[in-house]
Design a protein around this ligand. Structure first.
Ligand code: PLP
Length: 452
């Protein structure tokens, strides 16, 4: 199993050849989930005492299993938050797997961690974070939010040694904050203080002040803002919220999992003004910064606070030098894939201008699409897009109409657009992160909706 031989040589050629072909985008947009029974039947006999052999297992994956997974990187995959990893990043992901790097500690993964930190420094420079800032790559935006909030609570407790526990700690956020924040509150056993969003789904400083005036018997310790909510791409008023957090001694976290990528474009960076004041922000390069799954990052103004909350101690870890930069100190993990390396490789290979260009392209397409919607009597643009998400209604359609159109187009492989809601009413939501998505194709979809 571990010794190289001519069979493995042939298998390597097949696996790498297949992976390269897949990276070139030959896929079918109709791919998607199949019944569990159907898949169980296909998998029957794959795990045996002697093994079926790599070629047969690869065929099974290629012909049955992968087609039962949605192609999230298809240019017409326009729902949820899709992905669009660069080819360089995808190819390098294979190298990361082949390299068996333990990315938790400097002692074992210094070269990889140094490169990851270079990519993180680029992101922090885009945000305007100080040179003392730092953080690490984590599995997703959920993990990034959790790491930030655990750090925030730890810092609050250390600053309030006389807190008697009668007042439960609480996270301050709008209902537009990502669903992960609700789950994190449950995991951390803390409460919520809800801030009313404005008509466009944003947290304003006025509503934050109002929420903080009457916190009842709750004790706020962190404000979670969104730099691009998942449903509408709304951006909270970061610049006005920052001084309130500072005045009140509250941790200021920005969830930029989806929207943080706009910082790569000098044209669009100003929409996130205020993020430079954050105590922490999360960003998911696997959403809109052209990295493969799973690549997210949590960045702290003062990483030492995160180390106080997350650092793991054990006798067998005593030889790890605490003076080194150990990514395991900055989130809830110890063993860690160097999952930032494909992003680093792609930035190094393509240059940061390519990133700016790719973001500008997706923004142009999203805004061109919104303009077409706005100008048509058949549609209603529900909110002016600040990012690359467009929410709109087809005038006169019922829920059944939305669902039927969505199903028909998904089944034909034309596009995946599933309905969402805006102010409790059904609508369509389009999220564009793929530079290969063309405005002309989107306009054809709108024309089809108008004619249906
Ligand atoms: C704003 C925001 N925060 C957090 C998340 C959770 O990210 P992940 O799915 O990578 O855990 C998402 C996912 O869509 C998101 O859009």
């Amino acid at each position: 199993m571990h010794t190289w031989n001519s069979d493995l040589e042939r298998l390597a050629a097949s696996v790498i050849g297949y992976a390269s072909e897949r990276a070139k985008l030959p896929k079918d947009p109709r791919w998607g989930a199949r019944d569990a029974e159907e898949l169980a039947e296909a998998l029957d006999g794959a795990v045996t005492k002697d093994g079926v052999g790599g070629h047969e297992a690869l065929e099974l994956f290629r012909d049955v299993l992968l087609p039962a997974c949605r192609p999230m990187d298809d240019p017409m995959m326009l729902s949820y938050v899709p992905t669009a990893p660069s080819i360089a990043a995808v190819l390098f992901d294979m190298v990361v797997s082949a390299s068996s790097i333990f990315g938790g500690h400097w002692e074992s993964g210094a070269g990889a961690i140094a490169a990851e930190n270079q990519a993180l420094r680029w992101i922090m420079d885009l945000a305007g974070f100080p040179q003392t800032g730092g953080g690490c790559f984590v599995s997703g935006g959920t993990a990034a939010n959790l790491a930030a909030l655990v750090t925030a609570r730890q810092q609050w407790i250390s600053e309030h040694p006389n807190h008697d526990g009668r007042h439960r700690l609480a996270i301050v956020a709008t209902t537009g904050a990502h669903a992960s924040v609700d789950v994190i509150a449950r995991v951390m056993d803390v409460d919520f203080i809800r801030v009313q969003s404005d008509a466009e789904g944003r947290m304003t400083s006025a509503e934050l002040e109002r929420a903080l005036q009457d916190t009842g018997n709750l004790c706020p310790f962190a404000v979670v803002t969104s730099a691009g909510t998942t449903n509408s791409g709304a951006i909270d008023d970061l610049a006005q919220i920052a001084p309130i957090c500072q005045r009140e001694g509250l941790w200021f976290h920005v969830d930029a999992a989806y929207g943080g990528s706009v910082m790569a474009s000098p044209t669009h960076r100003p929409v996130l003004d205020g993020i430079e004041h954050a105590d922490s922000f999360g960003i998911d390069p696997h959403k809109w910064l052209f990295a493969p799954y799973d690549c997210a990052a949590i960045l702290y103004r003062n990483p030492t606070a995160a180390a106080h909350a997350h650092s793991q101690q054990a006798d067998y870890l005593d030889y790890i030098d605490e003076g080194d930069f150990n990514p395991s100190d900055y989130a809830l993990h110890l063993t860690r894939r160097a999952r930032g390396l494909p992003l680093w490789f792609s930035i190094a290979a393509n240059g940061t201008d390519a990133y700016a260009h790719a973001i500008d392209t997706t923004m142009d397409v999203a805004h061109g699409f919104a303009a077409y919607v706005r100008d048509s009597p058949n549609f209603e643009l529900l909110v002016e897009p600040k990012m690359s998400i467009v929410l709109f209604r087809r005038v006169g359609w019922t829920q059944d109409d939305y669902e039927a159109w969505s199903r028909t187009n998904a089944e034909s492989g034309t596009a995946l657009i599933v309905p969402s809601k805006w102010h409790d009413e059904i609508c369509f939501r389009v999220c564009i992160v793929n530079p290969l998505t063309e405005l002309g194709s989107l306009v054809t979809l709108l024309d089809d909706m108008a004619a249906s």
